[in-house]
Design a protein around this ligand. Structure first.
Ligand code: MN3
Length: 239
């Protein structure tokens, strides 16, 4: 390398050092801005959970409600200039974000989990690690079932009922609106790692059950996907 080439490389090199990080960031932002949260695929057909959840409710719930949360979550992120890679890390820091991001991000994630918590092959009593923990922390499956059902039936207004792991112990909690137990805006007693969830907004059951939320809650036990709950439990152990 002669002196001229060295100078050229040096100049370009220095420019590169100064210019590249900024350029790199911009490029990355442009790239990342294009990432959108997609409506997750429903793991079964609209009529798969009949007669417990009817086809029409599933179709509306998924193609209208969940789809709208997804669209509005993307819009809210864009509006706030938030580059989001992971919905969970956003919601865990919910206090830093707008109402629109919290509500629609919650709606996006809660429904994503809810679909997986149900299966046409579900129901019955749990097996595996979750069965052991339910017996340990609630005394029996019947006790757990009663506590979860009562919480879901008596929750005032729109919200969710959850089975969470809180400091290593199973607990039933409820949240309002689209709040999720991972959100930092919730009081400590409602926070934890979600293992199972039930949507008790009227849109989740009104077409079939009208005002009979209790019947919808009772029907849920016939379609719970315990495999999902055990998988979540395994994930919680991984941190
Ligand atoms: Mn819903």
């Amino acid at each position: 390398m002669n002196k001229r080439e060295f100078l050229k490389t040096g100049v370009i090199g220095s420019l590169g050092l100064i210019a590249l990080p900024a350029f790199g960031r911009n490029r990355l932002n442009v790239f990342r801005d294009q990432k959108e949260f997609k409506l997750p695929e429903l793991p079964y057909a609209f009529d798969a959970l009949e007669p417990y959840i009817d086809k029409e409710t599933m179709e509306l719930h998924y193609t209208k409600h969940h789809a709208t949360y997804t669209t509005k979550f993307n819009e809210a992120l864009k509006e706030s200039g938030v580059i989001a890679e992971n919905v969970r890390s956003i919601l865990a820091d919910a206090s830093k974000y707008t109402e629109a991001i919290i509500n629609n991000g919650g709606g996006y994630l809660n429904h994503k989990m809810f679909w997986k918590c149900m299966s046409p092959d579900g129901g019955g009593t749990p097996t595996g690690q979750i069965a052991t923990l339910i017996d340990r922390d609630f005394g029996s499956f019947e006790n757990f079932r009663n506590e979860f059902s009562t919480a879901a039936k008596t929750l005032f207004g729109s919200g969710w009922t959850w089975l969470i792991l809180q400091n290593g112990v199973l607990k039933v909690v409820t949240t309002s609106n689209q709040d999720n137990p991972i959100m930092d805006i919730l009081p400590a007693e409602k926070k934890g790692f979600p293992l199972l969830c039930l949507d008790v907004w009227e849109h989740a059951y009104y077409l079939k059950y009208q005002n009979r939320r209790a019947d919808y809650v009772d029907a849920f036990w016939s379609i719970i996907n315990w495999e999902t709950v055990n998988n979540k439990l395994e994930k919680s152990a991984q941190g």
